[in-house]
Design a protein around this ligand. Structure first.
Ligand SMILES: [Zn+2]
Length: 270
């Protein structure tokens, strides 16, 4: 009978107890252990793991679309921005890369009995502000619990969300009448107002070389490559801080054609 040793990797609790009491294993516990190790190893090869089609953060689920080899990544973050959703779904039919789409029909998503703006969850500070402003009835303890959950999941989530170094992350958003590029120009590091007639349609990027390429086209482009002093928990700020190539394509809700044109053009030049 093989001698059981405690340094043999992952150990089941009940095996440890048997081992401590008589320094040898019963046939049954060896079988249990072999089964356990085989199952653990096999999980990595099991299709549901490889092709897992979702990723979660703080209980907020994102559906994943994988197409062809790893490359560019795409994100749809606000559940009420249906135009961006439809443009991205259509785009992924013939595009290689990975898309993550929030599973929600509303802008703010549920977390532990409260709500949060998913574009404020990329830092603890930003998430804290969002949770407090959207949920005045939550206690300090409940907010701390939600923040701890987000902190726990954030890096694993980002591993799936962010592309490989040097690749681009493309986010698609829609705006309403209360928001346009004019709200961003004052806090931007560079601005190419190539289409002043349509301030709702613009691209916002975090790397100067990408800005220079995009600014050469017919669309409005903003550069925000220096992290603003205030950490608002947005993805663009995180990407600026970490040196990730990020482009947000914004168009008015309902403007399918405008958003599609910017996305196709981005694909042809970046
Ligand atoms: Zn949005």
């Amino acid at each position: 009978m093989p001698q059981y040793t405690e340094n043999a990797g992952v150990v089941l609790e009940n095996n440890l107890t048997i081992n401590r009491s008589d320094r040898s294993l019963t046939d049954r516990s060896i079988t249990d252990r072999r089964t356990f190790l085989a199952v653990t190893a096999f999980q990595w090869l099991w299709p549901p793991y490889w092709f897992r089609n979702h990723v979660d953060i703080g209980g907020i689920r994102f559906r994943r679309i994988r197409n062809g080899p790893e490359g560019r990544h795409y994100l749809w973050l606000h559940g009420d921005e249906r135009t961006a959703h439809d443009v991205l779904i259509e785009h992924m039919k013939d595009t290689n890369g990975r898309a993550s789409l929030v599973q929600s029909s509303e802008r703010n998503v549920p977390i532990l009995g409260g709500k949060i703006d998913p574009n404020r969850m990329f830092s603890r500070m930003g998430a804290d502000k969002s949770l407090r402003s959207l949920n005045p009835s939550l206690s300090a303890e409940q907010i701390k619990h939600a923040l701890d959950m987000l902190d726990h999941d954030r890096e694993n989530f980002l591993k799936r969300l962010l592309p490989r170094r040097g690749e681009v992350l493309v986010a698609l958003h829609n705006n309403g009448p209360n928001y346009s590029m004019n709200d961003e120009t004052a806090i931007s590091d560079d601005v190419a107002a190539n289409d002043k007639e349509h301030p709702d349609e613009f691209m916002l990027c975090t790397q100067r070389p990408d800005f220079q390429v995009l600014a050469g086209g017919p669309f409005n482009v903003l550069l925000q490559n220096k992290a603003p002093k205030e950490d608002d928990g947005s993805l663009s700020r995180l990407c600026a801080t970490r040196g990730v190539r990020y482009v947000n394509i914004e168009a008015a809700q309902g403007n399918v054609d405008g958003q599609r044109r910017m996305l196709k053009w981005l694909e042809s030049v970046l």
